[in-house]
Design a protein around this ligand. Structure first.
Ligand code: C2E
Ligand code: CA
Ligand code: CA
Length: 468
């Protein structure tokens, strides 16, 4: 009978280890499940923000669109893109950029209706899908809530920044379009919102496709015009000495005679050229034309408008130098007109380029002065050679006392700094007199001369010489 307790002991031992084994198995299964859950979670969520990623978003979108067969409602897909995110990243660093994305995601998620899914679908791009929509107004209302959620400034490592976003909405019923088409439409609407000045929402409208197509065609035509040289030409608007009334220089202004659309002014194609990078080539072409015209005339100098896009180009300085060599125009007869926005970027690259141009002897004029920041410190830091008072000031000066005072102080400031001032948009005699009296050094405007062809400019210069 001795075996019984032993058997019992073995049995007890066996039971204990079995129980331990079961417990161990249970623990392992649980862990595996958690790990699996975590893997699933990670595969469906954005690691930075914790909100849905594109994969989860697409499946939610497909679900929402399938639901359309059951209920007569629509699905809204909203593409959201932060305005100026790149600047935050560039000035405050990537860690601040990540922090901003996290904070934005948190605020947006908080402002969402319950059935909506918010996802991060790109660096600073978010998307939202909302099923069961009954009206356009409802979609707008949701987006306006999101816009409000971003209203208060963000604090990023001690710095306070204001951030806005643009919204593109596609509101469709799942029977007619695919999920991919929903995405495309929301992006087209987003693009329109950006183009209209950002910080707004746009609903997709088929007209938007037409205007994109049209833009694309215009882009192709512009590239062709640059290759063949057909249709593009430069006009020159003389700039006069306020004291003597003589032509001292001229500003080159590009024109495009389009085969179907007729004569186009720069506001119809410069922005497009900038967006597509064509401006680098176009700007260089204008520069070369202008330098040739100057070489062949006895203009003291020629002014050429330079786009911020060109200034950002690392090789810009050497391009200009090449054009001067090629055309034989001395650097001191060239003036480049830039806008304040260029200086605001505080880009070391641009600073190097500006310094290099000035070392060469080229003068730098600040265009449209008064419409941007108009900071005196920039004039000094960058050694600007000339200010061009924007046309809007010239126009208002006669009727508005405050504008007149501003113009007067700008002229006095330029005088103190020892730099020239050109007033733009002089259209009538009273403006001319007033500006001359205030001490403005140069005048430009329709009263004195409209932009003219190179031939006409030569003629004007000859007449002037004969009269003298
Ligand atoms: P901007 O540099 O301010 O050029 C002056 C604009 O004012 C010109 O318009 C000129 O025709 C117009 N203007 C001159 N006098 C008067 C006046 O008395 N009254 C009125 N109402 N307007 C006057 P335009 O030629 O249409 O050029 C518009 C803008 O396009 C220019 O403004 C400049 O920013 C840009 N642009 C022109 N050519 C070029 C170019 O070759 N490259 C670049 N990047 N931009 C250019
Ligand atoms: Ca200009
Ligand atoms: Ca101007």
């Amino acid at each position: 009978m001795e075996t019984a307790p032993a058997t019992l002991g073995v049995f007890a031992l066996g039971l204990a280890s079995l129980l331990a084994l079961i417990a161990w198995l249970h623990r392992m299964t649980l862990r595996l499940e958690i790990a699996q859950d975590q893997t699933t979670y990670l595969s469906l969520h954005d690691p930075l923000t914790g909100i849905a990623n594109r994969a989860l978003f697409e499946s939610r979108l497909n679900e929402a669109m399938a639901y359309q067969y059951l209920a007569p409602t629509k699905v809204a897909l909203v593409s959201i893109d932060l305005d100026g995110f790149k600047e935050v990243n560039d000035t405050l660093g990537h860690a601040a950029g990540d922090d901003l994305i996290r904070q934005v995601a948190r605020r947006l998620a908080f402002a969402l209706p319950e059935e909506a899914t918010l996802a991060r679908v790109g660096g600073d791009e978010f998307a939202l899908v909302q099923p069961g929509m009954i009206s356009e107004g409802q979609a707008r209302w949701i987006c306006e809530g999101l816009i409000r959620a971003l209203h208060d400034p963000f604090v990023l490592g001690g710095e306070t920044v204001e951030v806005t976003a643009s919204f593109g909405v596609s509101l469709e019923d799942g029977r007619e379009v695919t999920a991919a088409e929903m995405f495309r439409r929301a992006d087209v609407a987003l693009y329109a919102a950006k183009a209209e000045g950002r910080n707004r929402l746009k609903l997709y409208d088929p007209q938007m496709d037409a205007s994109r197509r049209e833009k694309r065609m215009l882009e192709i035509d512009l590239r062709n015009a640059l290759i063949t040289g057909a249709g593009l030409f430069v006009l020159y608007q003389p700039i006069f000495s306020a004291r003597t009334g003589a032509i001292v220089g001229a500003e080159a202004l590009v024109r495009w005679k389009h085969p179907q659309r007729g004569l186009l002014s720069p506001d119809k194609f410069i922005a497009l050229a900038e967006e597509t990078g064509i401006i680098n080539q176009l700007g260089e072409w204008v520069l070369e034309q202008a330098c040739r015209t100057a070489v062949e005339s006895d203009l003291l100098w020629i002014a050429v408008n330079i786009s911020p896009v060109q200034m950002r180009h690392q090789a810009f300085g050497s391009r200009v130098s090449d054009v001067l060599n090629k055309t034989g125009l001395p650097a001191k007869r060239l003036e480049l007109e830039i806008t304040e926005g260029v200086l605001l970027q505080h880009s070391p690259q641009i600073e190097i380029t500006l310094a290099r141009l000035q070392e060469m002897g080229i003068r730098i004029a600040l265009d449209d002065f008064g419409t941007g920041y108009s900071s005196i410190s920039y004039l000094r830091t960058y050694n600007i050679d000339k200010l061009k008072i924007d046309q809007s000031f010239t126009r208002l000066m006669g009727s508005d006392e405050v504008t007149r005072t501003i113009v007067q102080s700008v002229i006095q400031m330029a005088d103190a700094l020892g730099i020239d001032v050109t007033a733009e948009g002089v259209e009538d005699e009273s403006q001319r007199l007033m500006l001359a009296k205030l001490g403005c050094t140069q005048l430009q405007g329709f009263l004195l001369s409209r932009p003219v062809t190179a031939e006409k400019l030569t003629e004007l210069l000859l007449q002037q010489r004969a009269a003298a």
